[in-house]
Ligand binder design. Structure first.
Ligand code: SF4
Length: 378
């Protein structure tokens, strides 16, 4: 009996408890200068029969966990048994199934970077088979590219939605054409709009990811304003915020090193976020679910929460330079999540000690040090 199946390396944070089904391998575009997710890996479509075998393997693991629950006196309740499995899983696949069952067993995520690139009839066949084989799954999501969504007909997207795809996660990154071109995103603002609107119209829920800091010092204003314009045209269900980090493996790392791309500081990124929010007129949930975002509490439903969200930014910007530095370092050192934690004297003190150490007593922190902290190198 198969008890293993193939899994890709990534899923969005919001899919932490989702079953991972690898529909394709890696990224068919793979050229974005700010992304290292699949660098050096070749894109491949997987045969439907192979994906189905994986789904069968999931079923087999699920049934074993259920059976174990009966044998261990839990009467078929799987949460306890799944939790035990998480401690000593025989392999990654087993771990993923246990985690999925522990999280309620209702969600699945189709990997990798752009499942929409599959032929529509093959994608719908996979989704239907997944639902038939594991009928407890009620929500299926995936990553997709705007360009691919723009190329599908509305009827095709409706068919995919009707088969059971509940949500697409699309990396918008920016709505500014010059920046999209510079970063080799392989899509224009107009294609972002066409693709995004089609997804919304098809009834599939849409999450668009925005990358703060992507415009650097040169293009930050246009990046914020044009991104808001594109989002206003799409009105996605979710706008998910990410912040640029530049690790050595990225193509744009060389641009940073050579000085061709000047990175914005945390404080400049927050100004950029303000401009973005000020220009947003869509009806979307604005979500900041990533550790690299400085102000993770800037979240809400647009348009009604706009002022509340801007008030968080006001609050940060009104802090003294020392307190802003304390928050930035505390946040990058994973000590703070929210601004209110500045009032926690124990945490505040711990951050001061870090600042002392990093600045060798001068209290002047180099931006490079903040970037390094953020990117996890310290
Ligand atoms: S399309 Fe997405 S996954 Fe592919 S290289 Fe660009 S950002 Fe990365």
């Amino acid at each position: 009996m198969a008890d293993s199946f193939e899994m890709g390396p990534f899923r969005p944070p919001s899919e932490a408890y989702s079953l991972l089904i690898r529909a394709t391998r890696n990224c068919p575009w793979n050229r974005c200068r700010f992304c290292g997710m699949y660098k050096g890996k070749k894109f491949e479509l997987r045969p439907v029969a192979e994906i189905k075998q994986d789904i069968e393997a999931v079923k087999s693991v699920r049934d074993r966990i259920k059976e174990l629950s009966w044998r261990s006196g839990y009467g078929g309740e799987v949460k306890e048994v799944a939790a035990m499995m998480l401690n000593r899983p025989p392999n990654h696949a087993f771990y993923n199934v246990a985690l999925w069952m522990y999280g309620g067993g209702e969600n699945a995520f189709l990997q990798d970077a752009n499942s929409l690139i599959m032929r529509t009839n093959e994608l719908t066949e996979v989704i239907r088979f997944l639902k038939e084989t594991l009928p407890e799954i009620t929500r299926i999501t995936s990553y997709g590219r705007s360009k691919t969504a723009a190329k599908k007909t509305l009827d095709e997207l409706v068919e995919i939605g009707e088969a059971g795809l509940s949500r697409l996660h699309i990396g918008l990154e920016s709505g500014y054409d010059r920046l999209l071109q510079y970063m080799d995103k392989g899509v224009t603002a107009a294609e972002h709009i066409t693709g995004g609107r089609k997804v919304v119209e098809s009834g599939i829920s849409l999450s668009e990811y925005v990358l703060l800091g992507l415009g650097g010092r040169e293009m930050w204003r246009e990046h914020a304003i044009e991104t808001a314009r594109v989002l206003n045209e799409i009105s996605p269900d979710f706008i998910r915020i990410r912040t640029l980090s530049v690790s050595p493996g990225l193509l744009m790392h060389a641009d940073v090193e050579s000085g061709d791309f000047a990175r914005t500081t945390d404080e400049e990124v927050i100004e950029e976020e303000r401009l973005l929010i000020e220009h947003l007129e869509c009806h979307s949930n604005y979500v900041s679910d990533h550790i690299a975002n400085l102000l993770q509490e800037v979240e809400g439903k647009l348009p009604e929460d706009k002022e509340k969200m801007l008030a968080v930014i006001d609050r940060f910007q009104a802090l003294s330079p020392e307190e802003r530095a304390n928050f930035r370092i505390g946040r990058r050192a994973r000590i703070y999540t929210y601004l209110d934690e500045l009032n926690d004297s124990r945490k505040h003190q711990a951050v001061e000690q870090i600042i002392d150490r990093l600045s060798q007593g001068s209290h002047e922190i180099d931006e490079e040090v903040v970037y390094n902290l953020m990117e996890g190198f310290i």
